[in-house]
Ligand binder design. Structure first.
Ligand code: NDP
Length: 255
């Protein structure tokens, strides 16, 4: 009974940015927990790797190429998921980008807008499409927005990324209140995770040591250490959890 609460058997999940890193780990973990999964990203080849991993483990998955900045793509993603597996129960908004590290006086408006467009507006676009469909069928569902420790603290030299991730935490709280009890909305906020995304900072000896000094766990996370919380937040075990910003950061934001 206790473990059944964590099962996603019979459910359908869309995971944006599901082709590598944290999104891939979440897609694989959700499939392992019983969900039929639709990973979404712009690169078809990379998505194939995620789907192969899920199929090899006996799970169900269908890839869908799509860009979270394109509303027609998002509509097509949900159409595909419904056609293949039925109504979507869970959306994980994980697609994200962070091309700027530096002083904000050197930041051009286009880069600011691009980061906001992918991270914050992309999350909004997907969430709106999902919630509209849940409401139209008079159903229930859950949204997990992948924020960042930058959803709760300021990350030095990362003003637009931090702003976009705070926006995600803010929309999580409002939409959770607006849509309760039918749609639960939470923000899962990782600290530094070993993915392509952090290769730059992890590869620089000075920055890496500085970052590790600020992490009580004294290490970066593996993507799988984020995925377990995503499974939990989508499951019945989190049935009373909504509007929460759930930090998984090795203690970084606690000190
Ligand atoms: P990666 O760069 O490894 O993966 C990003 C994923 O998002 C890829 O699947 C990429 O595929 C996809 N993606 C990027 N842009 C778009 C887009 N416009 N439309 C659809 N898919 C897109 O990053 P991580 O796995 O490290 O990060 C995943 C999430 O976790 C991000 O939101 C990030 O901000 C957050 N995060 C990461 C942390 C870390 O330390 N790694 C820490 C805290 C938060 P493709 O390029 O093919 O589209």
């Amino acid at each position: 009974m206790t473990l059944e609460m964590f099962s996603l058997a019979g459910s359908v999940a869309v995971v944006t940015g599901g082709s590598r890193g944290i999104g891939e780990a979440i897609a694989v973990a959700m499939a392992d927990a019983g969900a039929a999964v639709v990973p979404v990203a712009r690169s078809e080849d990379a998505l194939g790797t995620t789907v192969d991993r899920i199929h090899d483990a006996g799970g169900e998955a269908v890839a869908c190429v799509g860009d979270v900045t394109d509303e027609a793509d998002i509509e097509r993603v949900f159409d595909t998921a419904e056609r293949e597996f039925g109504p979507v129960d869970t959306l994980v908004n994980n697609a994200g980008t962070n091309p700027f590290f530096g002083d904000a006086t050197d930041l051009d408006t286009e880069t600011w807008e691009h980061i906001m467009d992918v991270n914050a507006t992309g999350t909004f676009r997907c969430t709106r499409e999902f919630a509209t469909r849940v409401t139209d069928r008079d159903g229930e569902g859950s949204v997990t927005n992948i924020g960042s420790v930058g959803s709760v603290v300021g990350l030095p030299s990362q003003a637009p990324y931090t702003a976009s991730k705070h926006a995600i935490a803010g929309m999580t709280k409002t939409l959770a209140a607006d849509w309760a009890p039918d749609v639960r909305v939470n923000c899962l906020a990782p600290g530094y995770v070993i993915t392509e995304f952090t290769e730059g900072v992890r590869g620089n000896d000075e920055i890496r040591e500085e970052l590790l000094d600020g992490i009580p766990a004294s290490r970066f996370a593996e993507p799988e250490e984020i995925a377990g919380t995503a499974v939990y937040l989508a499951s019945d075990a989190a049935g009373y959890v909504t509007g929460e910003v759930h930090v998984v950061d090795g203690g970084l934001a606690a000190i």
